[in-house]
Design a protein around this ligand. Structure first.
Ligand SMILES: Cc1cc2nc3c(=O)[nH]c(=O)nc-3n(C[C@H](O)[C@H](O)[C@H](O)COP(=O)(O)OP(=O)(O)OC[C@H]3O[C@@H](n4cnc5c(N)ncnc54)[C@H](O)[C@@H]3O)c2cc1C
Ligand code: FES
Length: 289
């Protein structure tokens, strides 16, 4: 079996500068070139890829399916789903923020500037902003913050105010603070170490934001308890919300039904595919993890 990375690529994968034979299609396979791949703390790394312009159509909450290199010479079966962290159209770059979990993400950690990296996407339905919203609240934890970070960019582009509540185990793993601040978001950090991340305290913060008229919509990812809290307050105050769900995936485009989750729609429990129907869903329909 060949372990040459190129042996994994199909002929349709587009490299930077290639003529796109199907510019109208939503999804493509791309061979990006690694610009940088640096650690941001003990657990997370940030990879920047130069990609074909078609891949830059990705928007907040959408994902790519990544063909991760092997960390140890053995085959890494199947692609890994990863949310878009940032799309830099001017530089022609796409960025991912990732936590090293298993063999796929360990393999990603071995990528060096100049390496090729095969990504397929953009996949799924991402976050949407209603033009009537003036202020939104983004609440995330852990790797969920990587998924939520581009919402703040989207909001900044549309002149929508953002309060971002970043929850983390300790100050060393608070993620994306600079990215949120860089686009003008008001950032509130809550930590396990000082108890400020307790649901009761986060509820107090959210209730104050609602009272101050700063919560036209809620966005969350990365924590079941925070989802439940936002869902409760959203229902109580009639505030619309969106949640990005995570689920183990195989195909990533709706064919295998591995990523099914239960949702509650109009009082009935229904199954939906996280990859194709989501990964972003109406918060009130999400049943939780
Ligand atoms: C829509 C979506 C967006 C995501 N965005 C990010 C992101 O921006 N940054 C990031 O660090 N991680 C993200 N994840 C989680 C990421 O896909 C997993 O951490 C990764 O697949 C783990 O692969 P691994 O080989 O390193 O670990 P392994 O544990 O060896 O993975 C084995 C299998 O489990 C699956 N898997 C493991 N953990 C998860 C998980 N939490 N969610 C879904 N599948 C999982 C993988 O797809 C893989 O097939 C996202 C997941 C989904 C579904
Ligand atoms: S991963 Fe195959 S249907 Fe969602």
């Amino acid at each position: 079996m060949s372990l040459d990375l190129n042996a994994n690529y199909t002929n349709s994968a587009l490299r930077v500068g290639d003529v796109d034979p199907y510019p109208q299609r939503r999804v493509g396979e791309f061979i990006g070139i690694v610009v940088s791949n640096e650690g941001v703390n003990d657990e997370y790394k940030h990879v920047v890829l130069k990609v074909h312009e078609h891949a830059l159509k990705a928007y907040a909450g959408q994902m790519f399916h990544l063909l991760c290199p092997s960390p140890d010479g053995g085959e890494v079966w199947m692609r890994r789903p990863m949310s878009v962290y940032r799309v830099d159209k001017a530089a022609g770059q796409i960025e991912f923020l990732y936590k090293t979990e298993g063999r796929g993400t360990r393999g990603m950690g071995t990528l060096k500037p100049g390496d090729e990296f095969n990504i397929a996407g953009p996949l799924g339905n991402g976050f949407k902003l209603d033009p009537t919203w003036k202020n939104i609240v983004v609440l995330g934890r852990g790797v969920g913050l990587a998924t939520l970070a581009p919402v703040s960019q989207l909001a900044a582009e549309q002149d929508v105010g953002v309060t971002a509540i970043l929850s983390a185990r300790h100050a060393g793993v608070v993620m994306s603070k600079e990215l949120f601040e860089g686009v003008g978001a008001r950032v509130i950090t809550v930590l396990d170490t000082d108890g400020s991340s307790d649901v009761e305290n986060v509820e107090k913060i959210l209730r104050q934001l609602i009272a101050d008229g700063k919560a036209d919509a809620f966005f969350t990812c990365g924590s079941n308890r925070l989802l439940k809290l936002m869902k409760k307050l959203g229902k109580e105050h009639n505030i619309p919300g969106q949640v990005a769900m995570e689920q183990i995936m195989v195909c990533g485009f709706g064919a295998c039904y591995v990523c099914m989750r239960t949702f509650e729609v109009d009082g009935k429990f229904v199954l939906k595919r996280v990859c194709r129907d989501g990964p972003v869903f109406n918060m009130q329909e999400a049943v939780g993890w």
